[in-house]
Design a protein around this ligand. Structure first.
Ligand code: NAP
Length: 440
């Protein structure tokens, strides 16, 4: 069986692993638009969360399996079409994630100092599409909108000292800019209350351990308990979040150089400015039946930059059925059309942590196996041979697993310890590193 997986992030690689276990003879080709594998593990997970990135060791084994091939620097929709993949493979799985920022939909959103979290995180993580974002980080105050783990990542990375980031793999250009910024006040803004925040406790607690940054929480805002409306399986996490927030609120305040102000029940109304950002207009809310209801009471924050960490959606891919409303591929429990499936965030939207993809991949592949048992593939598809010819014709420089390992080694070699790697941040530099050994 010839299998193509599009996207080499956690969902794609866990799916590849599950397929290899169930179908040991399967030939699995894993495509990625970037010359590098691992998706959000490389470009999304915070650079100071190195232990989470250790999952790449398992992913390496998946990519190194005999019968599995990595096809980096191959973009579906540009270098190969959807129809060409369907013609070449018995089974096609999209696992392209959700890389586009959702829009805030408020006035002022287009000011140059307003950044979506996908772009901002991509900037400090050296994503080739975002490495040159050069966020202004002007003035002393910045707002991060959203109460999820991405918002926590952004404020934490901005609040850390250069020493605290020393053993991270933050890109040099970003560390320099963050180090030079004069920020003193970061605002973390939730449109609903602390009970509704989607933080996970370990990540929330980290904010309390920052060297140069105090965390400011209004005790009244967290004098609230988890109510019966919270689903049973989430009660513990939400309770733990409230406890952590209360412990922050009980702090006496200290003379640190920076502060993270945690604001709840504050919905963004407009980003203020005159060509560039001068403030953020918010409206107080109360939570009614789980929804943020506006109260009419407005206030302003004097911020000069805004990061919107309010969720992501999947970009459409030419030919692949797409649901505009939900921002993901049209699918019925993973099935896009016979022989074509969606996995991970492009299937069900952005949720869960890296490991969630493992469970989801197991469920999806079980379903695929049932579908294949009910209607076995007709066979006769050419697999990699067909795409090799097309890519050669089109002059695409494919980065295979060995070439990725050359990039990997070069990035590790050029970092100054304790930094684990210094990433190449442009496609040109990545391709040069991929080619380095073979040319020497
Ligand atoms: P998320 O958890 O869904 O959080 C999005 C936040 O944006 C929510 O607080 C949401 O508020 C808010 N929001 C949405 N639209 C808004 C608007 N128009 N105005 C104001 N606020 C708005 O998503 P995420 O933070 O992007 O994370 C995505 C996934 O990656 C999550 O599963 C997360 O746990 C995971 N992740 C994990 C880690 C980690 O484990 N360390 C790190 C990063 C990301 P409402 O709730 O009111 O809609």
């Amino acid at each position: 069986m010839h299998v193509a997986i599009v996207g080499s992030g956690p969902s794609g690689l866990y799916t590849a692993d599950a397929i290899a276990r169930l179908f040991p003879d399967a030939e699995i080709d894993i495509f990625d638009r970037l010359p590098t594998p691992y998706g959000l593990v490389r470009g999304g997970i915070a650079p100071d969360h190195q232990s989470t990135k250790a999952v790449v060791r398992a992913f390496e084994r998946t990519l190194a399996r005999e019968g599995t091939r990595f096809w980096g620097n191959v973009e579906i929709g540009r270098d190969l079409t959807y129809d060409e993949l369907k013609a070449a493979y018995d089974l096609l799985i999209f696992s392209v994630g959700a890389e586009k920022d959702r829009a805030l939909g408020i006035p002022g959103e287009n000011f140059p100092e307003v950044y979506g979290a996908a772009a901002f995180v991509g900037w400090y993580n050296g994503h080739p599409l975002h490495h040159d974002l050069e966020p202004k980080l002007a003035g002393t105050a910045l707002a991060v909108i959203g109460n999820g783990n991405v918002a926590l990542d952004v404020v934490r990375v901005l609040a850390k000292t250069q020493a605290e980031l020393g053993d991270s793999d933050i890109c040099e250009h970003a560390a320099r800019r963050i180090g030079a910024a004069q920020l003193t006040d970061l605002y973390l803004i939730g449109r609903r209350g602390p009970v509704e925040a989607s933080f996970t406790p370990i990540e929330l607690a980290e904010l309390g351990e920052l060297e140069r940054c105090e965390i400011v929480v209004d005790p009244q805002a967290v004098a609230i308990d988890v109510g019966p409306e919270v689903p049973e399986k989430e009660v513990k996490v939400r309770q733990r979040n409230i406890e952590i927030l209360r412990s922050f609120a009980a702090r006496n305040g200290s003379a640190k150089a920076m502060r993270i102000h945690v604001l709840f029940n504050a919905a963004p109304v407009a980003i203020l400015g005159d060509g560039s950002v001068t403030g953020l207009l918010l409206e107080r809310t109360r939570v009614v039946d789980g929804r943020a209801e506006l109260t009419g009471e407005r206030f302003q924050l004097p911020v000069e930059s805004v990061v919107a960490a309010i969720g992501y959606h999947t970009p459409a891919l030419p030919g692949v059925p797409f649901d505009e409303k939900s921002g993901r591929f049209k699918n019925d429990d993973g099935l896009i059309e016979p022989g074509v499936y969606a996995a991970g965030w492009c299937k069900h939207g952005p949720r869960g942590v890296v490991g969630t993809n493992r469970t989801d991949a197991g469920i999806l592949v079980k379903r695929i196996a049932e579908d294949l048992a009910a209607k076995p593939p007709a066979g006769g598809k050419p697999g990699a041979g067909a795409v090799t010819a097309l890519l050669h014709e089109r002059g695409v420089r494919v980065v295979d697993f060995a070439a990725w390992k050359r990039i990997d080694a070069a990035e590790i070699a050029r970092a100054t310890p304790p930094k684990p790697r210094e990433k190449f941040v442009t496609s040109e530099a990545l391709l040069a590193a991929a080619a380095s050994e073979s040319e020497s």
